[in-house]
Design a protein around this ligand. Structure first.
Ligand code: NAD
Length: 350
């Protein structure tokens, strides 16, 4: 039987959850609740039931789970209230703005014996899945460095995302996705964090950042979000012991160049205006193999399928409390690093 969900916050993302529920094979939409009447009216026009208060959502015994899709600073209270009312909870990302707040939410979930997870939907992005598959498959050997970027040129959306008190800024908005993805790809303890934030279009919150995560073995991940980039750099660039891979854009396949023979008998020099170079000359197919990976299959609705099975105790929840808290701690360390201009010891490596 389908589980019934109620969506709290019927804005951009709440609308996505409601639309999803209307065509889902595992959940159905009991209704929505938003503090803005204009949004409630939009829902009614679509034939969606609208609760007249948060209390009414929580009092509805037909509701199995509540989806919290309100601005970031409001997540904690609504999540805890829902758990205490006996509902399972999916909270939008970023879960909160501090690890203390996340711990309170996790504690409430354990105390109330209700599921609490975060909608890390970008674990189903095809570009991420291709990179993750390549790294985990070990085809290119150990990771030296992975670069994960998203670049736009429109600044921060001109809503609560511009304001610090509501949890605005790009570390919390996009960083949370890219950091979660990196931690899914590299299964190692984190040694240190270094981060620089940018404030090109906004003084109050970061409109972009450049973050380096150094892992125990020395592998590094460089995560960059930019909102003032009129030319976008590649989405992923992976440098490994046995080769290099790149995904230029979300819609593109992963291109791999794998080294077959390190030594070359003959290198054709490249002529530049100021002279020739062999060092920087491209390799040929005698020493490297070059190919594109097939794009992986992906269905973002598997997030809900897993959550519903987890409600029945048939599967563990995919986005775990420990993962949620670790991503939050990386973001906190990033803020601290940016503020102090220092490398932060992450404390996982003794
Ligand atoms: P939004 O501003 O479009 O919508 C937020 C809605 O919440 C508004 O309609 C507002 O009236 C309502 N609201 C505010 N306080 C409320 C309350 N106390 N009770 C009920 N409703 C309330 O914002 P958004 O873009 O939909 O973002 C909402 C959340 O979803 C944020 O946490 C954001 O980070 C997240 N989000 C996630 C993704 C993703 O891909 N996972 C994408 C976009 C947004």
């Amino acid at each position: 039987m389908k589980k019934k969900i109620a969506v709290v916050g019927y804005g951009g993302q709440g609308g996505w959850h409601a639309d999803h529920a209307l065509k889902s094979d595992v959940v159905e939409l009991a209704g929505i609740y938003d503090i803005r009447e204009v949004r409630n009216e939009m829902a009614r026009e679509k034939g969606i039931f609208v609760y007249d208060s948060m209390d009414a959502v929580l009092a509805d015994s037909a509701v199995d789970a509540v989806v919290i899709a309100v601005p970031n600073d409001l997540h904690k209270d609504l999540v805890i209230r829902s758990l205490e009312a006996g509902k399972h909870v999916i909270c939008e990302k970023p879960v909160e703005m501090s690890s203390e707040a996340v711990q309170e939410m996790v504690d409430a979930s354990l105390r109330c014996d209700r599921l609490f997870t975060v909608h890390h939907n970008r674990r189903w992005d095809v570009d991420f899945l291709a990179m993750k598959g390549l790294i985990k498959g070990g085809e290119l050997g150990k990771v030296i460095n992975i670069e994960s970027r998203v670049h736009g040129s429109r600044g921060i959306p001109s809503d609560w995302r511009c304001e610090k008190e509501h949890g605005g800024g790009m570390i919390l908005d996009w960083g949370v996705h890219l950091i979660d993805q990196i931690l899914q790809m590299i299964d190692e303890k984190i040694k240190s964090i270094y981060c620089i934030t940018t404030h090109i279009t906004n003084d109050e919150v970061d409109d972009g950042f450049k973050l380096t995560i150094t892992f125990e073995s020395g592998s590094t991940a460089y995560v960059e979000v930019g909102t003032y980039n009129f030319i976008a750099m590649p989405r992923f660039y992976l440098q490994c012991e046995k080769g290099t891979a790149m995904i230029t854009d979300w819609r593109q396949q992963c291109h791999v160049v794998k080294c077959k023979h390190w030594h070359e008998s003959d290198v054709m020099p490249v002529q530049t205006a100021a002279g020739i170079t062999k060092t920087m000359a491209p390799r040929d197919n005698v020493t490297v193999d070059e190919y594109d990976l097939a794009r992986p299959e992906s269905d973002v609705h598997d997030f809900y399928r897993n959550f519903c099975k987890a409600m029945d105790g048939a599967e563990p929840q995919l986005v775990t409390h420990a993962q949620i808290q670790r991503v939050m701690r990386v973001m906190e360390a990033a803020f601290e690093s940016a503020e102090k201009g220092q490398v932060i010891d992450f404390g996982e490596v003794k």
